[in-house]
Design a protein around this ligand. Structure first.
Ligand code: NAG
Ligand code: NAG
Ligand code: NAG
Length: 459
């Protein structure tokens, strides 16, 4: 708005711009945040480095490794991710990209004493988690893709199969022991999950389950966690391949009477997208999604392709506003190769960052854990607003249109005293913007096909 004012005022006679204030009002789109209208409470945004992807960071040259970790977790210069989803290994070895188990040998029977083995690495995830904790990350999600093979109907941690009844207490003890290695080292595990895509038989670590089977294990795991002084660790279920499958799991768990023992209901978006609420009183997480096969692109916007940055900003927006999610977790942060599966492409010497990372950053840096989503009206942008725990209000605006726009943001009953804004588009990665605080609100501009997140402070 300042630019327009200056330009007009210096090129036209004074009489023509008698009321520049009024002029800016007329050209700006007004967006109003209603702090009395509350939606879901947020946990945050995250990614996984399962299947040894964390090692890609661990093995980088020192300086690059430091810069990459900063890119992921720093809240002023990086994405400020707030959830780390770790793969809890079940494989007897570390060949290929396997996640090794802490119990490589069967104790012989479900009641025999297990001989746990902790390698202090956990496929690179332990080191990465320690880095994240140092940046203040509080949501660490330990998620098993499967139980070790000897606890299952098919005797293999891969190829589906299901958890044997007799081994349920042993599997619960196993998950607890794994999390102890982390909590004892100062990495506070907040969430645990014991399934990944339980409706899909994969050639890698996988374990099948319906809602009733999941409920019967939840009834063993919840009291075991409480008895182990882990009552603060919430159970996440069930990482279904898609939203409609997740709906079935949620109903099945409810019917079997284990719903009250859950903390989070989760789903991926592969077989059906995040759409509609999962009919749960618990927080919902979209806990894994990626453009698995698209050719690597670092574009923010080109043709609206599945791997483009603005598409990802839209994905996150849709899940928050249309599927009631409190958490949105991508698939992996890093990987080599030439697909969009990851946000950052790594090789032995360094890395290349895609705009998908910056789409996440727009939300993750400004919408912090425990933020409450608020109502908004005005404009045809994709707008969300949140009240953060520190009292600041985040307003995230995606302009998918082909023209730039001016916006004037007001929060009912709240006088803005200071504001900052960050822009991501083709040329910018969370670039700080100049905004104007005026009349208790804030004015700024949103370029065409861009996302700007404002953070307002005031009284
Ligand atoms: C985050 O980045 C800023 C700016 O580069 C830097 O000053 C700060 O030390 C970083 N924070 C952490 C925890 O490393
Ligand atoms: C239980 O866990 C809390 C942290 O959650 C810790 O402070 C306390 O020492 C633990 N108590 C025992 C008996 O392990
Ligand atoms: C959204 O999720 C919350 C729990 O986070 C729940 O209480 C609320 O009922 C859900 N809203 C809808 C519309 O389902």
């Amino acid at each position: 708005m300042h630019l327009l004012y200056t330009l007009v005022a210096t090129t036209l006679p004074l009489a023509a711009v008698a009321s520049p204030q009024l002029m800016s009002r007329q050209t700006a789109t007004k967006i109003t945040v209603d702090p009395t209208k509350h939606f879901q409470t947020m946990d945050g945004f995250g990614f996984s480095e399962a299947f040894q992807r964390a090692n890609l960071i661990v093995n980088l040259p020192d300086e690059k490794r430091k810069a990459l970790v900063d890119l992921l977790f720093n809240r002023t210069s990086g994405a400020g991710f707030s959830i780390l989803r770790n793969g809890l290994g079940s494989s007897p070895d570390s060949s290929s990209d396997h996640m090794n188990t802490i119990l490589p040998k069967s104790p012989g029977s479900a009641t025999a004493t297990p001989n746990y083995v902790w390698d202090g690495k956990d496929s690179g995830q332990f080191w990465l988690s320690q880095q994240a904790a140092a940046y203040g990350v509080k949501y660490f999600y330990s998620n098993a893709w499967s139980a070790p093979g000897f606890m299952k109907s098919n005797g293999n941690d891969a190829n589906g199969g299901s958890l044997s009844d007799a081994w349920k207490p042993a599997f619960a003890a196993y998950l607890i022991q794994y999390m102890k290695y982390y909590t004892d080292a100062g990495v506070p595990i907040s969430h645990v999950g014991f399934l990944n895509e339980p409706d899909f038989t994969a050639s890698y670590a996988s374990m099948l389950s319906d809602g009733a089977q999941a409920a019967s294990f939840i009834k063993v795991l919840r009291p075991a966690l409480d008895a182990a002084n882990m009552s603060n660790i919430g159970i996440v279920c069930c990482e279904s391949t898609g939203w409609s499958k997740a709906q079935g799991m949620v109903s099945g768990i409810k019917s079997a009477g284990a719903d009250s023992m859950l903390a989070v209901v989760s789903s991926h978006e592969y077989t059906s997208r995040a759409s509609g609420s999962l009919s749960s009183t618990h927080h919902t997480w979209q806990s894994e999604y990626a453009d698995l096969n698209g050719a690597w692109t670092t574009a923010w916007y080109s043709s609206g392709g599945a791997g483009e940055g603005m598409t990802w900003a839209n994905n996150i927006y849709s899940a928050i506003t249309g599927a009631n999610v409190s958490g949105y977790i991508g698939w992996v942060a890093t990987q080599g190769g030439s697909t969009n599966e990851k946000m950052i492409q790594t090789d032995a010497n360094g890395y290349t960052v895609s705009k998908r990372l910056w789409a996440f950053a727009q939300y993750s840096r400004t919408v912090r854990p425990n933020a409450i989503r608020l109502g908004t009206t005005g404009g045809s942008f994709k707008t969300t607003a949140f009240k953060n725990e520190d009292g600041s209000i985040a307003v995230n605006i995606i302009n998918t249109g082909s023209s730039a726009a001016s916006v004037s943001i007001a929060v009912t009953g709240f006088t803005v005293t200071a504001a900052t804004a960050w822009l991501t588009d083709t040329k910018n990665d969370m670039t700080a913007q100049t905004v104007t605080v005026a009349d208790g609100g804030v004015e700024g501009s949103i370029p065409a096909r861009a996302m700007v997140s404002f953070v307002l402070t005031g009284t």
